[in-house]
Write a protein that binds this ligand. Sequence first.
Ligand code: SF4
Length: 373
Amino acid sequence: MEEKGGLYIHFPFCKRKCPYCHFYSIAGERKMFRKWLEGIVEEMKLHSEIKLKFDTIFIGGGSPSLLYPEDIHKIFESAKKYFDLDVIEFSMEVNPDIRDREIIKGWREAGVGRMSIGIQSFDKNILEKIGREYTPTKAIDFFFLCREEGFENINVDLIIGFPGERKDNPKKIIENIKIMEPDHVSIYILENYEGLPFEELAKEIGIPDDDFISQEYYELKEGLQSLSFIHYEISNFAKEGKKCLHNLKYWNYNPFLGLGPSACSNLIGKRWCNVPDVEEWFKGVKEGEIKKEEIVELNKFDMAKEAIILGLRLVDGIKISEFKRRFDFDIVKEFSENINRLKEENLIILEEDRMAIREDKLLLSNEVLVNFL
Ligand code: SF4
């Protein structure tokens, strides 16, 4: 069967930089967005010879909700012009601080079918501390506005582990999820803020410890499962038929192409990231060159190792026979010593044709994954 790819488009602008954010994003305004869009079209042109059919599109950021419907229309039309598309999922990340119904409707009319709303927290005090311009109530109103405008596939992004988080945080989240009924929920744990302005605040108030976070995570897992969400990846939960097909491409080691500054690509055998600098990236694409860094050529063994590390993020883990067929690599034989030890330590399960991290050990995934490097 022909392997289809995912198209990722990175919009690097936000209204302002959040103190805990480690993504490549900068404060920007409309004039810069127009230039970025021109660059994206140029980059599409430069990749137009690619021999890959794309069936998912994901516009992430940054804050892509700063884009107007006509921008999304231009992106989609250009992608149709330069690539072979057969789109079954078109996602966009949005911040819940837009009040304009016409814009939400316009995004859907321009082709977006799946919204990923970055609510982050339902705690008003925490939202204030992290500089968000909305309250939990406004975020919930935004969610229903999206529903009213016809979005039938909505993800809610949440983060746990903020300083000052209360013990009843998971309970509050589950109560709100019950009211909203999204199709998908992502629960991330706050990390990588060292060296960012947020570190000061974290030191002042105190980051919850690992036990607190672990308790929150498993309480949320249980709560979401009781609401019929399927836990399918360490941080991701979906209603039946609503798993994120684009993100599944990363974990299943399928090819994807990233456009825009800092966007990464993996064309199976070769992967790279674009430079995380909008000016340098733009200058490059205008001159006919995509400025890249971290270009890595991979042999079969490297690919298999990367595919194990990504595949073990999935709750169902890796199907051993399929993996062997795809990568010509026998995981159990190649890593027998480490696998036996991980089994003895009760970190993984190895069934007849499946290897997975034990569900009650998912938060220890890093300890497991280092054994396959
Ligand atoms: S809105 Fe998102 S991408 Fe932008 S600075 Fe804040 S956390 Fe980072």
